[in-house]
Ligand binder design. Sequence first.
Ligand SMILES: Cc1cc2nc3c(=O)[nH]c(=O)nc-3n(C[C@H](O)[C@H](O)[C@H](O)COP(=O)(O)O)c2cc1C
Length: 136
Amino acid sequence: MSGGVRVSPLNSYNSMKDSDPVRTYSWLANKLNDYHLAYLHVMRADSLGEQQGDVMTPICSIYQGTIIGNMGYGAEEAEAAIASGQIDAVAFGTSFLANPDLPTRFAKNAPLNSPDSSKFYSAGPEGYTDYPYLVT
Ligand SMILES: Cc1cc2nc3c(=O)[nH]c(=O)nc-3n(C[C@H](O)[C@H](O)[C@H](O)COP(=O)(O)O)c2cc1C
């Protein structure tokens, strides 16, 4: 077993762009089948909302190993996507940033803190370590 690979086929952050993400990443998913990765982690959408498309369906149909989905999942959609067999796991980014106890909140169906995007990529701890835990 080797390491994992993360791909962001649609993400336009830092001016990234692919003229045909479905074709490019279908090709890549097929190639990666040869490498026995621990996982293929797929950011399924564009964090800036500029590039649209469905990259998950083709990647999931081609790639035969473990797939982690990411981007905009909530607990219910994550569970449904895993239960359907489309993907094996979900990675939570901003919701984990804003909720240090995210698994507990999911388990208790508790409300989530909203991430404050003005504090993303900041230099200090603010916005990273100061979101409140659930009061029990
Ligand atoms: C503050 C911050 C820093 C991030 N840094 C990176 C990074 O260095 N590399 C990367 O591939 N994605 C990075 N991401 C994107 C996240 O890994 C994730 O793909 C994104 O938040 C979407 O998942 P979510 O909808 O669960 O938040 C970052 C996101 C945030 C909010």
